[in-house]
Design a binder for this molecule. Structure first.
Ligand SMILES: O=C(CO)[C@H](O)[C@H](O)COP(=O)(O)O
Length: 231
């Protein structure tokens, strides 16, 4: 079974949890894309849901699928968000933002009673940090913010390269008009302390550590589906 089949399998399991009338958050990325596709099939077969997207890309895909869409302003309380992750550990702590949608993903997750993460089993790690931690920053004062991130992280045992994310030779710009600094720390000894230190930096808009948000995980592997937390 290849990676795409595993992602689809995880997405299909999460779809089992979706009930008629639910208000759903739709994640971003290649795994979430499978979920949106499968949800679209169910909607066209009669399932009634109302959804909020975590990115412009997901919004466009969901509209193409004919899924009824809303906004967080019109639908500020969600029953469930289904999203992917770049890394997760046994305590359901996540690193997200590989697709650049971490800010909206976190806002949507914070508005949802439950968050189910769907992934293939390559995303499960012993210690977070192998995947470079994305930090979304305001473009103003970029170098100051980069230095402040480096200094704050170093105090917590996190050192490594901090790179401005680029696409087609230009700085990558998020849906919110911000930049992303990818922090190649290798290991995050204390994710909670790092999260607190990052949010205290004025130029940091949000970071990719999702702590205390995921309530369940569906991990697809060649051997079958593993569930963590409450799915
Ligand atoms: O956080 C994300 C986007 O900001 C994605 O959920 C994360 O990057 C996982 O993506 P994929 O399912 O393509 O591996």
């Amino acid at each position: 079974m290849n990676a795409e089949e595993l992602k689809r399998r995880a997405a299909a399991r999460a779809l089992d949890v979706v009930a008629d009338g639910m208000r759903l958050g739709l994640g971003t990325g290649s795994t979430a894309k499978h979920f949106v596709e499968l949800l679209g099939e169910r909607v066209r077969a009669g399932l009634r849901v109302v959804c909020v997207a975590t990115s412009e890309a997901t919004q466009a895909q969901a509209e193409r699928e004919g899924i009824p869409m809303s906004t967080l302003d019109a639908t500020p309380e969600l029953d469930l968000v289904v999203d992917g992750a770049d890394e997760l550990d046994s305590r359901l702590r996540l690193v997200k933002g590989g697709g650049g949608a971490l800010l909206r993903e976190k806002i949507v997750a914070s508005a949802s009673r439950r968050m189910i993460v769907i992934a293939d089993d390559s995303k499960k790690v012993e210690t977070l940090g192998r995947f470079p931690l994305p930090v979304e920053v305001n473009p103003f004062g970029l170098e100051v913010t980069r230095r402040q991130i480096a200094a704050a992280a170093a105090k917590l045992g996190c050192t490594g390269e901090l790179t401005l994310r680029r696409r087609d030779g230009q700085a990558f710009v998020t849906d919110g008009g911000h930049y992303i600094i990818d922090c190649h720390f290798g290991v995050l000894p204390d994710p909670e302390a790092l999260a607190a230190a990052l949010v205290a930096i004025p130029g940091v808009v949000e970071h990719g550590l999702f702590i205390g948000l995921a309530t369940g995980v569906v991990l697809a592997s060649a051997g079958g589906v593993i569930e963590m937390g409450e799915v």
